[in-house]
Design a protein around this ligand. Structure first.
Ligand code: HEC
Ligand code: HEC
Length: 359
């Protein structure tokens, strides 16, 4: 009986040790499961999160693309001449008008078979796809808006005057007679293109895209770098373009120099140039697939429109000074900004000035 107590103690101590060992084993087992599970699942979770983000990004991109596509689908579209139901005589006239816009140089260029009155460029060089391309300086809003008051002349202009403006400025040439077969055909074709548009309306996609104004002055050095990288391969380092083999029209039209548009032309204004190239150049670019940014387009305008080109007598332009566009590079002005600021910006202070003075 004396020995019983220590025995019990010993047995109890044994059980305790076993229990402790069991707890340890349990903990070990749990650890053996949890640690690998943890090591395995953390990277999985991270990857899952990453995939989730990627999926969200793709969805957002698709959404954006769909929106772009929708906005593109809503743009003005030119009617198709070939499926148009008009008399044979009318059709011939329209076809000739289109031909004159597409291949101007063959009829009216320095070696033109009708008359030699232009610099060798085609209307289509700037009015892309025969004046039908969305945001490609097309003629969508011409029939609906002419005759109209134009601040450049300070008068109401009809289509003859407007076509001859491009003849004299963009093609650095001479005017076509109002009664000539050529003027009649050109006007007929341009009017046909916009015939579906309601009077007074300027549908989205017509003309040139209005780019947001840059904050700072244009960077012509930056423009030169982009030019060499993205434009010179076709328009050449010296900007003179490349003539076609027949020596009549241009495969790549000139961007400056004696055969380019003159200083009175629309493209000589930075906003017109930048808006034109943003969605059309390099060749193949479009509203859906642009190849240059807003900033690049503006800086390219700054660079190209700093190069030499033919003068024009524009002394009669913008008779009302307060109607001069912000980016018209020649004074006098109804404001105190310099010619240089009007040409290269920053433009916002100029816009701001006129907004205030109108109030
Ligand atoms: C060097 C480029 C260039 C060439 C070449 C050119 N144009 Fe233009 N044309 C322009 C620009 C720029 C505008 C002004 C667009 C604007 O202000 O949004 C314009 C405007 C016009 C407009 C008025 C469009 C409107 O919506 O108000 C007509 C019409 C026109 N041109 C006809 C012609 C014809 C016809 C020819 C060929 C004989 C021709 N252009 C050649 C650059 C050119
Ligand atoms: C792959 C050749 C190619 C490249 C690169 C290219 N262009 Fe053009 N560019 C053309 C062609 C061709 C035309 C005339 C389009 C037509 O007649 O259909 C044109 C027309 C123009 C015009 C109007 C006509 C003129 O001569 O004034 C301007 C302005 C212009 N390009 C600027 C640029 C700028 C800026 C770049 C660089 C971002 C550029 N281009 C890159 C082929 C090219």
């Amino acid at each position: 009986m004396e020995n019983q107590k220590p025995d019990k103690d010993r047995i109890e101590a044994g059980f305790k040790a076993i229990r402790r060992a069991m707890v340890l084993i349990q903990l070990l087992l749990v650890a053996m499961v949890i640690i690998p599970l943890y090591l395995y699942s953390v990277p999985k979770w991270d990857a899952y999160q990453k995939r989730l983000k990627e999926r969200e990004r793709i969805a957002a991109e698709m959404q954006k693309e769909a929106e772009l596509k929708n906005s593109y689908d809503a743009l003005w579209k030119a009617p198709d001449l070939d499926s148009t139901n008009v008399s044979a005589e009318e059709w011939q006239k329209l076809k000739y008008g289109m031909e004159l816009i597409v291949n101007t140089a063959y009829y009216l260029g320095p070696k033109g078979k009708v008359k030699a009155i232009t610099n060798g460029m085609n209307c289509q060089n700037c009015h892309l796809e025969g004046g039908s391309k969305q945001w490609g300086n097309n003629y969508g809003a011409v029939a609906s808006t002419y005759p109209k008051y134009r601040a450049r002349s300070g008068t109401v202009e009809d289509l003859t005057k407007r076509v001859n403006d491009c003849m004299k400025r963009s093609l650095n040439g001479k005017a076509l007679e109002e009664s000539s077969k050529e003027m009649i055909a050109i006007k007929a074709y341009i009017s046909f293109l916009g015939a579906q548009v309601n009077k007074g309306e300027k549908p989205a996609g017509s003309g040139i895209f209005e780019l947001p104004l840059p904050e700072k002055a244009l960077d012509t050095t930056g423009g030169r770098i982009v030019y060499l990288e993205k434009c010179a391969s076709c328009h050449q380092q010296n900007g003179q373009g490349v003539k076609a083999e027949d020596g009549i029209a241009y495969t790549y039209p000139p961007l400056w120099g004696p055969h380019s548009y003159n200083q009175g032309a629309g493209l000589f204004r930075m906003s017109r140039f930048a808006g034109y190239v943003r969605y059309n150049m390099p060749q193949g670019a479009s509203y859906l697939h642009p190849q240059i940014s807003d900033a690049e387009a503006w800086n390219l305008a700054g660079f190209v429109n700093s190069q030499p080109r033919p003068n024009a007598d524009i002394s009669g332009d913008w008779p009302k000074l307060e109607e001069k566009p912000f980016d018209h590079p020649f004074g006098p002005y109804a404001d105190s900004f310099t010619e240089s600021q009007h040409k290269y910006g920053p433009y916002k202070p100029i816009k701001e000035f006129y907004k205030k003075s109108k109030k």
